[in-house]
Write a protein that binds this ligand. Structure first.
Ligand code: BES
Ligand code: MN
Ligand code: MN
Length: 464
């Protein structure tokens, strides 16, 4: 089965593909907010229907949370070929603050910008646009050749943006169905607009919410101020002590399990000539804020972080209120690398906080999910085959890169099915994932689809 006519068909069908993506983007499948639970069902139904038009045997699988979608396409005579599994997520992040959007986040449109055409909507990149690049490649392949070049299993999740609570049980219960020779994930980015990438290192994620309680009710800050401990004061002191003056995290034993970066990797990353001035400049910044002594890529890809994601307490509305609050809280998250142990870090953080609590103050916690950092072994021939296929589509050669973000399923594939997934994605740094005005470049969508056709071609030729 030849590749060239498949690529031509992808080009010819682009407008229809955009329309299909826009239909998918109109469904507000926000997984974190229970109000949108029905919409998550609808997005799953939409995928089942779309996979069915490809001839897949596809179904929606209920879980205690939002449903999974699993589909299989098994061409005749495919048992001599590798079996591929593709993962993506149909859920999206909440849209707030809504007033910062230049359009309704669920009314997608192609917009003309200074940097070319973009598809604007929540989920345009993360991850509806990205997962559709794979489906569209399959669609053109089938339309051209009547069947796929190998067996493909589709596996879509609707809880990725809310910590994937149902994923591990589902994967364990359906292990045979989701085990394949090669697993593919489309939920990451390009290195830059010329250099495509396979992401082989991802950071893990740990979250904890801490609430400090002082007085048993909000107080008048004049009548009680000076004699009563203010929990915001306590919280600020704790938060300020989480980093030292060099940007290093101060939690005891935090760096246990952080690997020393090899010279080879350091050189490879330096050779990518990452423009950190442009990267920071794009968001109005100029200076690196991580631990001194590391390059920007080292900070992003190989160093752990501790970030405060939100603070609550007292009166923050319009005007002024002289209140001495009863409670103050903060959401803290950590990006983890190497063999850092998430639960050990949670314990040490809590112990450190408890050591800083003055008399009369107490602390309570709300634990959020945890996953460790992951490194994919790139030894399997599929990695090199995919890298060459990507290089054929883009101006410059594809790179193996790290990423600062987290995709917990990548580690679960390793643990549960024993397969190191190949992470290929076409997002750009300015796609505004999780932010207002999320977009996906039309070029990402189009060349992304073409890239998958090439990767399918290359992988289906591998021996099993
Ligand atoms: N697709 C992103 C992660 C990502 C984006 C990785 C770009 C590499 C490049 C994913 O949907 C995501 O947002 N992950 C969350 C974790 C999740 C548990 C909420 C993250 O990284 O914060
Ligand atoms: Mn994603
Ligand atoms: Mn995301």
């Amino acid at each position: 089965m030849s590749l060239a006519p498949v690529l031509a068909r992808i080009d010819a069908d682009l407008d229809n593909a955009i329309e299909r993506l826009c239909n998918f983007l109109r469904i507000p499948s926000i997984s974190t907010d229970p109000i949108f639970a029905e919409d998550c069902q609808k997005a799953a139904d939409w995928l089942v229907a779309d996979l069915t038009t490809l001839g897949a045997e596809a179904s929606k699988r209920q879980t205690p949370g939002h449903p999974m979608v699993v589909g299989h396409i098994t061409p005749l005579y495919s048992d001599q070929k590798p079996h591929l599994l593709f993962y993506g997520h149909y859920d999206v992040q909440p849209v707030d603050p809504l007033d910062l959007w230049n359009r309704d986040p669920f009314d997608p449109a192609v917009e003309e910008t200074d940097n070319g055409k973009v598809i604007r909507a929540r989920g345009a990149c993360d991850d509806k646009g990205q997962l559709m690049t794979f489906i569209e490649a399959c669609r053109s392949w089938i339309a051209e050749h009547g069947e796929l070049p190998c067996k493909i299993t589709f596996f879509f999740e609707g809880e990725e943006e809310s910590g994937s609570p149902s994923l591990i049980p589902f994967m364990k219960e359906n292990k045979d169905e989701i085990t394949a020779d090669i697993a593919l994930i489309c939920d990451t980015g390009l290195f830059d607009s010329r250099v495509p990438a396979i992401t082989t290192m991802l950071r893990g994620l740990l979250g904890d919410e801490i609430t400090i309680t002082g007085p048993n009710k909000d107080l008048h800050s004049g009548l009680y101020g000076g004699v009563s401990m203010n929990p915001i004061r306590v919280l600020s002191r704790i938060l300020a002590s989480l980093h030292d003056e060099n940007g290093r995290v101060t939690i005891p034993s935090f760096y246990d399990g952080v690997p020393e970066l090899s010279d080879t990797l350091k050189e490879q990353w330096a050779a990518l000539e990452f423009d950190h001035d442009a990267f920071l400049g794009g968001v109005g910044l100029s200076a690196l804020a991580g631990e001194r002594g590391y390059s920007a890529l080292e900070m992003l890809w190989s160093q752990p972080t501790c970030e405060i994601n939100g603070i609550k307490g007292g009166y923050a509305g319009d005007g002024f209120k002289t209140v001495l609050p009863s409670q103050a809280s903060a959401k803290i998250s950590f990006r983890l690398v190497g063999h850092q142990d998430p639960e050990a870090i949670r314990k040490n953080l809590r112990r450190m906080i408890e050591g800083m609590l003055p008399v009369d103050c107490s602390v309570s916690y709300n634990a959020h999910g945890s996953s460790g950092g992951i490194v994919m072994s790139t030894e399997a021939p599929a990695f090199e085959a995919a890298r060459i296929a990507l290089s054929d589509e883009w101006p410059d050669e594809a790179a193996f890169i790290g990423s600062g973000g987290s995709i917990p399923i990548a580690g679960f594939f390793q643990e549960i099915t024993g397969v190191d997934p190949i992470l290929i994605g076409f997002g750009k740094d300015d796609d505004q994932l999780h932010s207002p005005n999320e977009k996906y470049d039309l070029e990402s969508f189009h060349k992304g689809t073409r890239s998958w056709a090439r990767v399918l071609d290359a992988l289906s030729r591998l021996e099993v």
